[in-house]
Design a protein around this ligand. Structure first.
Ligand code: ATP
Ligand code: MG
Length: 395
């Protein structure tokens, strides 16, 4: 396969350069394209022009082999290519509707929301879903799970697999967990991911959470530029991996409170422009009592809509299933869980749930009487970092 064209066979790449590239996790021409000229130049001490030519040659090789897209393609070709995009169903009718069938390969799907809204539960569910056969809505593939908060729980995989009638042992075997200890390590994991992706038939890469380590390590206004630069590198690598290897990428993100926002929901995802512009799809999860609301916030082709789901032993579940379990035999519950939030498109999310406040135990620590919604600020660094620096960046 063209993908396996060796580095040495390319003019200008000698044994020393090959070793340097290999050491950095670059083993074939696909890797060269994923990493790009700037990085190749840095790694090999080539000048940027030579690196640029090398990457361009690798890219042409892949285009000729039909492995990546040409520079100019007809809309028809693009349409055909989009038909090859894989979708991982979410195990819930409501989220499948939101996603238009499921989480797509060749794209970065960002899920953001306050603590406890179900981001990690969603990731766990998708780890099992991706392993299902294509007929059952999976991609028959494995998972690379980058865990930055130490919240990956194999026990949850076991219960979700059991709830789906799957062998829990096998389900666990197909998930490679990479615990990232700091932001540089988090980037390094992705840099070395291409071999793993190929060898283990990975079809889903999860980064939970993507931004947390960067935020906690780079505090204060002075470090914002460096932080954004590094974060940029991480999210772009993630997108390039997803596109090049036809895998789905999911990353979770935290939220912050923007008191300067007068209209609508004052919670926003962190990460600024870098994250906002790189994610293909952005989904906002919101607590509403026991229910969870998901909203498609940003998508090139999905309509903006809200759906309702719940969390349970089986991971993310339809609200209907949650209520069914509670009221063992009573079947009078509504069926159209999807449409549940018709209330004006302007900003239904924030207006709705008042009860969620009761749900959060740690609110009581907050001494201030100023709006209880402040609980949303879950990261300590917000106080050191003036909000406006980040919100400006967001715009
Ligand atoms: N076995 C389970 N059965 C039912 N619900 C569960 C189970 N495990 C966790 N949950 C629900 O999931 C919630 C936690 O969700 P999750 O860990 O996905 O939040 P998160 O959005 O990742 O939060 P954070 O920002 O803190 O990482 C719990 O509050 C609980 O409601
Ligand atoms: Mg989490």
């Amino acid at each position: 396969m063209t993908e396996e064209i060796t580095l040495e066979s390319m003019t200008g790449v000698g044994p020393v350069t090959t070793r340097k590239l290999n050491d950095a996790g670059i083993h074939n021409i696909m890797d060269l394209v994923v990493r790009g000229p700037v990085e190749i130049a840095e790694l090999t001490s080539m000048d940027i022009e030579t690196a640029g030519k090398l990457v361009e040659k690798a890219r042409k090789g892949l285009v000729d082999g039909g492995l990546i897209q040409k520079d100019f393609v007809s809309a028809n070709e693009l349409y055909k290519k989009r038909q090859t995009i894989g979708k991982i169903t979410t195990a819930t009718e409501s989220l499948d509707t939101l996603f238009g069938g499921g989480v797509e390969t060749q794209a970065l799907t960002e899920v953001y929301g306050e603590f406890g809204c179900g981001k990690t539960q969603f990731c766990h569910t998708m780890c099992v879903q991706v392993q299902k056969s294509k007929q059952e809505g999976g991609l028959e593939g494995g998972v690379l799970y980058i865990d930055t908060e130490n919240t990956f729980r194999p026990e949850r995989i076991v219960s979700i697999a059991q709830a789906n009638g799957m062998d829990p042992e096998k389900a666990l075997d197909n998930i490679i967990v990479a615990r990232a200890y700091n932001s540089s390590h988090q980037i390094l994991i992705l840099e070395e991911a291409s071999t793993l992706i190929r060898e283990h038939n990975i079809k889903l890469v999860v980064a939970d959470s993507a931004v947390g380590l960067f935020r906690s390590e780079y505090l204060g206004r002075g470090t914002l530029a460096t932080r954004q630069q590094k974060l940029n590198k991480f999210v772009h690598l993630l997108v390039r991996l997803a596109e090049t290897y036809n895998v789905a990428a999911i990353m979770t993100n935290q939220v912050m409170h923007s008191p300067d926002q007068f209209f609508g929901d004052p919670t926003r995802p962190v990460g600024g422009n870098v994250v906002a512009h790189t994610s293909t799809y952005r989904i906002y999860f919101k607590k509403s009592g026991k229910k969870r609301i998901a909203r498609m916030v940003d998508s090139p082709h999905h309509p903006e809509m809200d759906v309702v789901f719940a969390l349970g032993e089986a991971g993310v579940i339809d609200l209907e299933d949650a209520t069914k379990k509670k009221k063992t035999s009573k079947k009078s519950e509504p069926k159209e869980e999807v449409i549940e939030t018709p209330d004006v498109s302007i900003e239904p999310l924030d207006s709705e749930p008042k009860e969620e406040v009761i749900e959060t135990p740690d609110v009581s620590i907050e001494p201030l009487d100023s709006e209880p919604k402040e609980e949303v600020i879950e990261t300590p660094d917000v106080s050191t970092e003036p909000l406006d620096s980040e919100s400006n960046d967001l715009k």
